[in-house]
Write a protein that binds this ligand. Sequence first.
Ligand code: MTE
Length: 310
Amino acid sequence: MRHKNNTRILPSEITPREHYYDRRRFMQLAAGASIASLLPGPLWAADKLEASPNKAYQLAEEKTPYKDVTGYNNFYEFGTGKGDPAQYAHTLKTRPWTVTVEGEVHKPKTFAIEELLKLAAMEERVYRLRCVEAWSMVIPWIGYPLSELVKQVEPTGNAKFVEFITLDDPMQMPGQRSTVLEWPYNEGLRMDEAMHPLTLLTFGLYGEMLPNQNGAPIRIVVPWKYGFKSAKSIVKIRFTEHQPVSAWMKAGPSEYGFYSNVNPEVDHARWSQAKERRIGDFFKRPTLPFNGYADQVAGLYSGMDLQKYF
Ligand code: MTE
């Protein structure tokens, strides 16, 4: 359809496409730099997230390529296929975002994500992630120990467990319209596990903010446990006296226990856990007790029957 009164735009008035994009990019960088320079915490511009590598938590193992870390995911809120999260998680809105910390604490508080990003120094830590489905990856995560946040809210003497609760919004998370799990996704840790220095409150990976499919804007990573313990896109952290019942425990109590420590000697109800396939490798490799972190965490479970508390 043509309109009579269309004003003609001269070709000379149109900004060439490449200049337009250059200008937009310049403005984005300038905005990012000026905001970042006002903040005492980490520097970030656009989706970058800077952090210093923590030398105590590096691995002499090849890192899983970025495209696999961000393209092969479990995030049932966006579908059960490994490629679904990368394809559909763009509908998740990660700003504004708050995390409410409640329950058995002296100082309950709702934190804005911006506050959490500044709460402690960002570290880059390379951790293995071992999924219950017998595959694994090696990922450079960015975050700080969960204990930094726990200290801020001062748990009461009754706080024995910590529960992590994911966003519940089927408009943003279309996978929640399915009944594959009871929503919202939740997970939990015992207090000493939550306070362990390995437990990372995570905001980024590979030098950038978490992509949506990896649990933006905030998740936890618990490297000695099966991957499903590492809840994504957290909106609530609740301190409790009693052991929480996780979404996976509700879905299959004989298949998913509360502890879920990586254990080659305890089979999953439907498959062995003795080996795993590192994404990108052809041959399988033996699974290590506590995913290779036994020297750091085995002591948390001394005297416990890990066949029973799987
Ligand atoms: N968190 C939420 N909210 N929903 C999920 O479906 N899947 C878990 C865990 N966290 C999941 C979740 C599982 S099974 C794994 S293996 C890891 O996320 C995968 O993390 P990654 O995709 O960043 O590698």
